[in-house]
Design a protein around this ligand. Structure first.
Ligand code: FES
Ligand code: FES
Length: 206
């Protein structure tokens, strides 16, 4: 007699479905252990609405938006500042919400993808992404769009990038500049050609 373990395909799939629930339960347990963790009241204006919540001071802006406000448009990709999926517009500048603590943003203004356009009127950058096929699965898209809007403003303000040849002059927003300025936003579906075309279109780049 052997100790061989037999598992059917169905059992394997069911076990996979249970695993996230167990993980969530372990997170709850961890939170319970940390019940004595310091908390703070945080107030932000998010998409024009003033929101106040008591949060664990270690809560990131991304988790504040997703878990406390239910705004799940901003995505968690790497949670380490490496993919740009969490990009929001913070006080008019693009920012990685996973690298920003909610308490750091107390009193600030945040715009997420939910605040850019409505069902009846999309933001021009959203329209351009649709027009130029700038997404497939769409996971990176909210971050790409927020980043693109922030990037256009940075270029308009004359900020140089790593590839700007003459940092003393106003940068010309060519393809190299757009690619460099968007290099913090990764797309696993590799829609970069469509994203570039969308940004050129929405940004009025010839
Ligand atoms: S989730 Fe923030 S940069 Fe990846
Ligand atoms: S559209 Fe799928 S990750 Fe970018």
């Amino acid at each position: 007699m052997t100790n061989e373990i037999r598992i059917t395909r169905r059992e394997l799939i069911e076990a996979g479905a249970v695993a996230p629930a167990l993980l969530a339960a372990s997170e709850v347990a961890a939170q319970a252990r940390d019940a004595g963790a310091p908390t703070a009241s945080v107030t932000l204006t998010v998409n024009g609405r003033r929101e106040t919540r008591d949060v664990d001071t270690r809560t990131t802006l991304l988790d504040f938006l997703r878990e406390h406000l239910g705004l799940t448009g901003s995505k968690k990709g790497c949670d380490h500042g490496q993919c740009g999926a969490c990009t929001v517009i913070l006080n008019g500048r693009r920012a990685n919400a996973c690298l920003t603590l909610a308490v750091m943003a107390d009193g600030d203004e945040v715009t997420t993808i939910e605040g850019l356009g409505g069902d009846d009127r999309l933001h021009p950058m959203q329209e351009a992404f649709i027009k130029h096929d700038g997404f497939q699965c769409g996971y990176c898209t909210p971050g790409q769009i927020c980043s693109a809007i922030g990037m256009l403003d940075e270029a308009k303000a004359g900020w140089p990038s790593h590839v700007t040849a003459d940092v003393a002059s106003r940068p010309r927003l060519d393809d190299d500049e757009i690619r460099e300025r968007m290099s913090g936003n990764l797309c696993r579906c590799s829609c970069y050609i469509g994203i570039l075309a969308a940004i050129r279109d929405a940004g009025g780049v010839a």
